[in-house]
Write a protein that binds this ligand. Structure first.
Ligand SMILES: Cc1cc2nc3c(=O)[nH]c(=O)nc-3n(C[C@H](O)[C@H](O)[C@H](O)COP(=O)(O)O)c2cc1C
Length: 362
């Protein structure tokens, strides 16, 4: 029996139950927690929940096509695996296990510089297209060196995270004295203040000096989205870091329409924040994203069973996406648009696990 077959949870609810069982309290809270009052996290979830579908009927949905392409790589589902620092805390394989699952399943991973193994070791273990997200803990020459090494290692995209000028206060971690295994402040022994000094000049420099597609993650404002595209940024990534950085931000899915309008189809748009199920992904696409990032989903799947857990989780997610699209009357991704959703009253009290209402019943 293959490793993957042994991981036989039947639903995403069971995946999350397994993750909760497998993780010690410190790791669990690091994964599910957010900054200060955690309201940015709850808003993300409340906003995803606040959209409901207006299905269309009598379209042939006998062959729903959910495939596309991002930065030249085929994408089996319209989902990216976002950068997760210290992902090795959820499964010892860390970034390599995520890389293997992303490759075998057929989607792109964005690897964090704040996890183990490091980007060169991951690339050696699992060759293939991948995006590298680098926190700046050195000067411009230091950054240039890492970009060149990432290119040499086969990375097909480079990501700067713009919502993490400083590290936030995550009270669950603070009150327990929990320090993530690859604490960003200690990344490569460097000085995190370089991250706070990142500006539009940094973007211009990367575009001018390096021949690698650039993703800017953390865009929440239409004006910034426009400025990114004008500066040559190749992928606009709407995110509030899963509510783990600035507290009291608007929800990402609420920032999305303004960003999508500013981008106007010139480059792909990714959104993350509170997306946990297949139907959630479809909502994000209806509202203007080309791809949805699922950070805690990735962490929970890894905690449930590493490589095999992530493969199994992605396959269930794929089923959910396909079923949602078929029942919505959408045979392919191009059929998704804002006319298929409208606002309504959210049902659940929003929380990090409110997408799994049966979690304590079974
Ligand atoms: C445990 C954890 C670690 C993260 N580490 C990083 C990181 O190193 N770099 C980064 O850009 N974003 C990081 N993020 C943010 C994710 O990439 C993503 O934006 C966020 O998880 C999306 O929200 P969601 O968890 O609701 O899907 C992290 C998120 C989590 C949950």
């Amino acid at each position: 029996m293959s490793l993957e077959e042994k991981m036989d949870f039947r639903s995403l609810t069971e995946m999350v139950q397994l993750a909760r069982k497998n993780l010690a309290p410190g790791e669990w809270d690091y994964l599910v927690g957010a900054a200060d009052t955690e309201s940015s996290l709850r808003r993300n979830r409340a906003a995803v929940d606040s959209w409901v579908f207006k299905p269309r009927i009598l379209n042939d949905v006998s062959a729903v096509d959910v495939t596309s392409e991002l930065l030249g790589s085929p994408m089996r589902i319209p989902v990216v695996l976002p950068p997760i620092g210290s992902v090795q805390a959820f499964d010892a394989g860390g970034g390599t296990s995520v890389a293997r699952a992303a490759k075998d399943f057929g989607i792109l991973q964005i690897l964090s510089s704040a996890c183990a193994p490091d980007y060169e070791a991951v690339a050696q273990g699992v060759p293939g297209p991948r995006i590298y997200q680098l926190y700046l803990v050195g000067d411009e020459a230091w950054m240039d060196d890492h970009i060149e090494r990432a290119l040499a290692a086969g990375y097909t995209g480079f990501c700067l995270t713009a919502d993490t000028q400083v590290y936030s206060r995550r009270e669950r971690d603070v009150m327990k004295g929990y320090v993530p295994q690859s604490g960003r402040t200690a990344t490569a022994g460097g000085d995190f203040s370089h991250q706070a000094m990142m500006t539009w000049d940094t973007i211009a420099h990367v575009k001018e000096k390096h021949d690698i597609p650039l993703v800017v993650k953390g865009v929440m404002h239409g004006d910034d989205a426009k400025r990114c595209v004008d500066a040559g940024v190749d992928v606009i990534y709407v995110s509030n870091h899963g509510g783990r950085q600035l507290d009291h931000t608007k929800a990402c899915v609420d920032a999305l329409p303004e960003v999508a309008e500013a981008v106007a189809g010139r480059v792909p748009v990714v959104v993350d924040g509170g997306f946990m199920r297949g139907a959630d992904v479809v909502k994000g696409l209806c509202l203007g994203a080309n791809f949805v990032g699922m950070g805690r989903f990735e962490g929970l799947a890894m905690a449930a069973g590493g490589y095999a857990g992530l493969m199994r989780g992605l396959k269930i997610l794929e089923q959910e996406i396909r079923i949602s699209m078929a029942l919505l009357g959408a045979p392919d991704l191009a059929a998704l648009n804002a006319s298929l959703v409208e606002r309504s009253v959210p049902l659940a009290d929003p929380s990090v696990l409110s997408a799994f209402p049966l979690i304590d019943d079974y």
